[in-house]
Design a protein around this ligand. Structure first.
Ligand SMILES: [Zn+2]
Length: 344
């Protein structure tokens, strides 16, 4: 099985660091003008649990643009908790069409009722035939939400006057290498096909070429491998031949040479954390390396990449209630506020 992923090249000049706090609060909506802020909306797998929902990223650019990259099962919970207004969230890029990367699109779409006045635009790959491509998937979502959309329009007795509840699909040919699929306002987003099994046997890898020397390289991996023991050998074979192992990721990290390499899309717990790092470090002994977690933040400037955690309220209308914390620089404790795991 193949997986197709994007290399997101955000070609923006950067030069400034914002604050000294190790935390970002949900009402810290301002991204420094020449920075890019990446918030992990989910770092896990289809096996969603409270500490780790499925995968997704919010990318905020200093010019005010905001993009969502994948929005898998549970990821909307974290997106909403960031406090970013729904009116600013109308662009989604899907790496591929697995449910752990797109299932919360329905929730995001319905969220339009809270202020989005522009259609939700979704970019994603074609399939091996039309019924497996993005357009078919989005058409299915329209049908899935048909009654919901109609009934919510009726809530407003004078009728909805904008297109905030509409969906637009931008399907692109997944097989084209180094394809520019979005270019606006100084932001370029490029897709390229890649196999998950990127090893020494497949040297011509356009993802590595595209990403070489980038700021932040996020690699989805499978592992640690003992987790797979519960599956049949056929399933293990399928997973092992269609996903990147920690050691393979280490080789990719080495070839890419990013300022920060991020292990993503793996079950992270006390047992797996050490194994993930150890196996990756066998091939990538040096260089800054972290394991992604839900609500981790990577703020990129020319001078530094700050790895922080986004603090969000337990009960949320999307906004952080300052009264919950007496002082901003206090290290919060309790659920959802655990310290970052860093192997830098
Ligand atoms: Zn996945």
């Amino acid at each position: 099985m193949m997986r197709w992923i994007f290399a997101a090249l955000l070609l923006i000049g950067v030069h400034k660091v914002s604050t000294a706090s190790p935390w970002i609060y949900a009402d810290d909506d301002e991204v420094p003008k020449d920075a890019i802020r990446i918030t992990s909306l989910g770092s896990g797998t289809p096996d969603v649990h409270k500490e780790q929902v499925a995968t997704g990223f919010l990318i905020e650019v200093g010019n005010g643009d905001k993009f969502i990259f994948d929005l898998g099962s549970g990821a909307f919970l974290n997106l909403f908790a960031t406090g970013v207004p729904p009116s600013k969230l109308d662009k989604v890029f899907l790496t591929h069409l697995h449910s752990d990367h797109l299932a919360d699109l329905a929730t995001l779409q319905v969220n339009a009722i809270f202020g989005r006045k522009t259609p939700l635009q979704v970019w994603g790959p074609s399939g091996e035939s039309p019924q497996y491509g993005l357009e078919a998937s989005i058409d299915g979502l329209r049908k899935f939400l048909a009654w919901d959309t109609l009934s919510r329009r009726r809530i407003n007795l004078i009728g909805r006057k904008d297109d905030g509840d509409q969906l637009i699909a931008h399907e692109f040919d997944y097989s084209v290498e180094k394809q520019l699929i979005y270019s606006q306002n100084g932001v370029n987003i490029t897709s390229t096909p890649t196999r998950l099994t990127v090893g020494d046997s497949i040297p011509a890898n356009t993802l590595v070429e595209l990403a070489r020397g980038c700021d932040v390289f996020i690699e989805g991996i499978i592992g640690p491998l003992p987790d797979l023991d519960v599956l049949s050998w056929q399933s293990r074979f399928l997973i092992n031949t269609s996903h990147t192992t920690p050691a393979q990721a280490g080789r990719i990290f080495r070839d890419v040479g990013a300022r920060l390499s991020v292990i993503h899309h793996a079950d992270v717990n006390d047992a797996s954390r050490e194994a993930l790092i150890t196996e990756t470090r066998e091939e990538y002994p040096e260089g800054r390396l972290v394991i992604n977690e839900d609500l981790a933040v990577y703020e990129v400037t020319k001078d530094a990449i700050r790895h922080r955690k986004r603090i969000v309220p337990v009960r949320s209308w999307g906004k952080f209630e300052r009264a919950e914390w007496a002082r901003r620089d206090d290290a919060p404790s309790g659920q959802a506020h655990k310290s970052l795991s860093s192997a830098a």
